[in-house]
Every structure is written in structure tokens, then in C-alpha cells.
Design a protein around this ligand. Structure first.
Ligand code: ADP
Ligand code: ADP
Length: 542
């Protein structure tokens, strides 16, 4: 270890060449003797969107509480707090000087969107309209409701909203406020790509047109790239210490993060880079047919929603990505395959054992994680299971906790582990990226891929994080249609064809970053955007 960590290094053999410069100074805040310490603070700027990229438990909320004036930073002197005047002295000459002076004088107002929108119903009784009207300080509610498509659920009780609806209502409620500083802790969980892009644009507009300061934590890198003007990377050891770097350009920040090496900090945060395939990957030849399914149809009620699925085949050993907007029938298709729903036409009885992780993870019995997982597999605790499942999903340190006490990200990792630990022919994971930080997404992606390869398993993954789908999938199944009215699912197809079809529906094109080949969303109507649309190449380089 580098002498700071109290536990095993979270980054797998981190190489700390030099003690990072930040750690030679006093922290911004330390909660107590041997307690979590935060080094560095993000610097929100008027008229700009500042991003933070980093793991959970690294001090992001602590930083925001300081910036909001809720927590007086003690500069590491937890025994006697130095007071705001001294804090201001400590930040004199930095980008934060003016901001901290305002905080000291009580001149900063803040609106904050919490990370776990699923918990909003616990603290609010009433319908969407009542919630939003309370927050409408800028008179912008009508526009927010329209652009985030909240209209259809305005009269619905907050208790009955889906995760994606809650997320959009929470974003609207935050952006409707009239404050100097907006803090959004993850905007993408449960949103489809179209909704993600809309939310990102609304945040940018509020910064640019109204000169507000926006601070956003986001783990969907394609969206973070679109959203932010500058980026702070956060690293360290979750729960022990966190370092928030000086601002970087968004492009450099994401590239350095992916490469695993922070240039200015001279700091390796991961042994290996995360790499994307520039050309459509893996000729989709491998694997015999696992199963063929026929054309299927399913409608609900009096045909309020109807789904048509074109018959196709799932191949042995492949990871099949499933993409499409929310409300288009992806979960319905999953339920048809698992036999939880009967189709109106077609026979979906696949005679397969299917292990299914639903989108909204609801495991919250009063039971310890280890007891829960060992009830699923007798492989539990074997060295194979530890290496392939527990380690990459970072389960070791939460084994003794109760399911009901887990955070959203922890619950997600346990649910992925539980799904993969079942013995089954087909593993079906619905939005495994939700609430995972970037590092955990990469680890989970690797775990799922390796597991498919080593267990001769076949995996279907529904997700909206385009980077995760790119890293994970061999082929792609695309859903389109009109959300909540009718959906259509095409056959699984090669990645390039699938991405082109999917992104053409969304009218979004990607270019490649010159340095890392990382896909980046093009500005609509830019030269590249128009040219790629004309050529029909939306994602992979031709
Ligand atoms: P993040 O927002 O990045 O997930 P937080 O700022 O919430 O991280 O927490 C960082 C660390 O600080 C965690 O280990 C947390 O347990 C610890 N922490 C948060 N609040 C307090 C507190 N009031 N007293 C002691 N430790 C705290
Ligand atoms: P996706 O997984 O693509 O978000 P779903 O398959 O969950 O979409 O839902 C498709 C549509 O069917 C949505 O409009 C949803 O409200 C509706 N729906 C889902 N389940 C039911 C049900 N049991 N009864 C009536 N409507 C339903």
C-alpha cells in the first residue's frame, strides 16, 4: 500500500510513484481522527457546467456540502475549527476565492438533485404537479415538463412513478428553482439516451443563458462529455480519503481517466487503460444457435401498448445488447422469454433456464449479503467464485452488511452477482449500469463478459450507457416505435448495423477522439454530423 490506505487498494495494485502533491498539503476537511479526509474542492464557475468524475464514497457530497455552506471545512484541524475567515485565507489566489467569500457571507443559494431518486416517494406525499409547483421559482416549469415529457404523469401520485419518471421529475424540480448554484448527483440512471441528451441540454442552457453555476456528477461518459465545460477527476480510497483534482478540460479529464493515468498529478489510478474498438468488433460468427424464437406479439389491456417482435435467434455464448427508448417493450420482451408473460401470438416457451435481473432492484430483505448469496449458489466462497464474481463486483467489503442497509450501487452489484450465480442457460440483465460508478461499470462489464466466456453462458443486457454496450455486446437488438403506444423489435444484428439503426432513430452521431478512439457525441448539424448521417455511419468509423 502507499501508506495512506487502511484497507486493500481499491484500484488493484495502484502504483503511487510519488505521494500526490495534494496529499502533502492539509486537507480541505477531515471528519475526525483517522476519519475520511477530503483534499481539494471543485470550483463551480458562473455560466459553466463543472463535472466531477470519480467513484462513490470519495467525498463528492462532502465537497458539495462545503460549497453550499452547510459544512464549514476545518482544513484538517478537526479539534478546533478554523472558521470561514481562515478558510478564505487558505483559498486566496485560487479559483475558489470569490466563491468561498460568498459562502462565508451567506450569499450562495443552492438547488440539489439527490442521487437516489427511488427514495423521493418516502419523503413526499402527493402527485407530480404538487411536487413541481412547489419548486417553480423561475417560471420555467411548463417548458421543463414539456421537454422532459412529464406531461402524461402530472396528475399521477409520486408513489406510482417509475424510476425513469422519478428521475425526470427530480431533474425538472431542481432546474425549476431559482438559485446561484445547482448540484446534480447523477442525471442518467433509468433514462434512455434521448432523455439523457435532453437533460444534458437543459442543464447546459441554464448555465449559458442564465449564467448559473452547475456542478454535475455523472458516470455515463458520453453524456458527461456532452454536458460539462470543465472536469474534476476524483480519486483516492473510498471511505478513507479523496482527492479532487484541479479542473481539466473535459476531453483531457475523460481521456486521462480512461487511460488510467492522470498527467498533471503524475498518478496511476488503474493498471490498464479502458479501450474502445474503433471498427465494428468481433465478426459475429462465433457460437451455434442457442435458441430460436418465432414472431411474437403482446398487448396490454385494450391495446394501450402493443409489441411486435420479429423472430430471431440467440447464439450460444454471446453477449447480446438490447437498446431502445424507455416504454418501448424491452422488459415486456424479457418477460415473454422468461415465461412471466404469455404472448398473444407466437410461442415463446423456450424451454430454457433463465436468470433475470430486473431494472429496479428490490432485494431488501433483512438478511446479510453473504447469507443471501450463499443461498443462491453452492459455489459461494469458492476461489473460482471469489475471483470471477466477488472481486470484480467489489463484494468483499459488504458481505457482512444487511441487504436493507445497502446503497443503490451496492444493491446493484449484489443483484448482478446473484443473477450470474444462478445456474442457467441464459442470463438477462436489465440496466446493470444504474448507480454504478465508472470503475464499477468497467469491472462489471469484464465480469459479465468473462463469465459468459468461461461458463459457456449466454447473456442478454439491456442498457442505455452506450460505452457499456460497446464494451459488452457482440450483437445488438434494437427496439423502436412510439414509447407507451407501440414497440417493434428487430432481429439481433451485428454491432455496426445495430448501432446505425439505433442511432439513426435518435438522430445522434458519434465521432472518435483522436487520442483514444473514444466515441464522442457530435454537435447536431455540425459538418461531421451531417456527413455521417448522409453516409449512414453513426457510430463506428467506416
Ligand atoms: P460521495 O458523495 O463521493 O459518495 P461522501 O462525501 O458522501 O462521498 O462521503 C465520503 C466519506 O466520508 C464516506 O466514507 C463517508 O462515510 C464519510 N462521511 C460522510 N459524512 C460524514 C460525517 N458526518 N462524519 C464522518 N464521516 C463522514
Ligand atoms: P421498456 O422496458 O422498454 O421500458 P416496458 O416493456 O416496461 O418497456 O413497457 C412498455 C409499455 O407497456 C409501457 O408503456 C408500460 O407502461 C406498458 N406496460 C408494461 N407492463 C404493463 C402491464 N402489466 N399492464 C399494462 N401496461 C403495461
Amino acid at each position: 500500500t502507499c501508506g495512506i490506505c487502511v484497507e486493500k487498494c481499491p484500484f488493484d495494485a495502484i502504483e503511487i510513484i510519488n505521494l500526490p502533491e495534494e496529499l502533502q498539503d492539509d486537507p480541505a476537511h477531515r471528519y475526525g481522527e483517522n476519519a475520511f479526509s477530503l483534499y481539494g474542492l471543485p470550483a463551480p464557475q458562473e455560466g459553466q457546467v463543472t463535472g466531477i468524475l470519480g467513484p462513490n464514497g470519495i467525498g463528492k457530497t462532502t465537497a458539495v456540502r462545503i460549497l453550499a455552506g452547510e459544512l464549514e471545512p476545518n482544513l484538517g484541524r478537526h479539534e478546533e475549527s478554523p472558521g470561514w475567515d481562515e478558510v478564505l485565507e487558505a483559498y486566496r489566489g485560487t479559483e475558489l476565492q470569490d466563491y468561498i467569500a460568498d459562502v462565508r457571507d451567506g450569499d450562495v443559494t443552492i438547488a440539489r438533485k439527490p442521487q437516489y431518486v427511488d427514495q423521493i416517494p418516502n419523503s413526499f406525499d402527493g402527485n407530480t404537479r404538487e411536487l413541481l409547483e412547489q419548486t417553480d421559482e423561475r417560471g420555467a416549469l411548463d417548458e421543463l415538463v414539456e421537454r422532459l415529457s412529464i406531461g402524461p404523469v402530472m396528475e399521477q401520485s409520486i408513489d406510482d412513478l417509475s424510476g425513469g419518471e422519478l428521475q425526470r421529475v427530480a431533474i425538472a424540480a431542481t432546474l425549476a428553482r431559482d438559485t446561484d448554484f445547482y448540484f446534480l448527483d447523477e442525471i442518467t440512471p433509468y433514462l434512455d439516451i434521448g432523455q439523457r441528451v435532453t437533460a444534458a441540454r437543459l442543464i447546459r442552457e441554464l448555465a449559458e443563458e442564465e449564467n448559473r453555476s452547475m456542478l454535475v456528477i455523472e458516470h455515463d461518459l458520453a453524456i458527461l462529455d456532452l454536458l460539462a465545460d470543465t472536469l474534476h477527476v476524483a480519486y483516492g480510497e473510498p471511505g478513507a480519503y479523496g482527492v479532487i483534482t484541479a479542473p481539466k478540460s473535459v476531453r483531457n479529464g475523460i481521456n486521462e481517466y480512461l487511460s488510467g493515468y492522470l498527467d498533471n498529478e503524475n498518478m496511476r489510478i488503474r493498471p490498464n487503460p479502458i479501450e474502445f474498438e474503433e471498427h465494428a468488433p468481433r465478426a459475429a460468427t462465433r457460437g451455434d444457435t442457442l435458441v430460436e424464437y418465432p414472431d411474437l406479439t403482446k398487448s396490454y389491456g385494450d391495446g394501450e401498448f402493443s409489441l411486435e417482435v420479429e423472430g430471431g435467434e440467440i447464439r450460444e455464448n454471446e453477449v447480446l445488447g438490447i437498446v431502445g427508448p424507455n416504454g418501448i417493450g424491452k422488459s415486456t420482451f424479457a418477460k415473454l422469454l422468461t415465461g412471466n408473460l404469455e404472448p398473444d401470438e407466437g410461442d415463446a416457451d423456450l424451454d430454457l433456464d433463465i436468470s433475470y435481473k430486473p431494472q429496479y432492484v428490490t432485494i431488501d430483505q433483512h438478511m446479510r449479503v453473504d447469507a443471501f448469496l450463499s443461498s443462491i449458489t453452492d459455489q459461494f466462497g469458492s476461489s473460482y467464485w471469489n475471483t470471477e464474481i466477488a472481486q470484480p463486483l467489489q463484494l468483499e467489503r459488504i458481505m457482512e452488511q444487511n441487504l436493507s442497509d445497502l446503497s443503490g450501487g451496492e444493491r446493484q452489484r449484489v443483484a448482478i452477482a446473484a443473477c450470474l450465480s444462478e445456474s442457467a442457460d441464459l442470463y438477462l440483465l436489465d440496466e446493470p449500469s444504474a448507480h454504478l460508478d465508472v470503475e464499477q461499470r468497467v469491472q462489471a462489464t469484464k465480469a459479465i463478459r468473462r463469465y459468459a466466456e468461461q461458463q459457456d453462458a449466454t447473456v442478454m443486457v439491456i442498457d442505455h450507457d452506450i460505452y457499456m454496450i460497446d464494451l459488452l455486446a457482440d450483437r445488438l437488438m434494437v427496439f423502436d416505435g412510439e414509447p407507451a403506444v407501440q414497440g417493434r423489435a428487430g432481429q439481433p444484428q451485428p454491432m455496426r448495423d445495430g448501432m446505425n439503426e439505433f442511432l439513426a432513430n435518435l438522430e445522434v452521431t458519434f465521432r472518435r477522439d483522436e487520442r483514444t478512439s473514444r466515441p464522442r457525441i457530435n454537435k447536431p448539424e455540425s459538418q461531421l454530423d451531417k456527413q455521417q448521417k448522409q453516409n449512414g455511419e453513426y457510430y463506428y468509423a467506416p
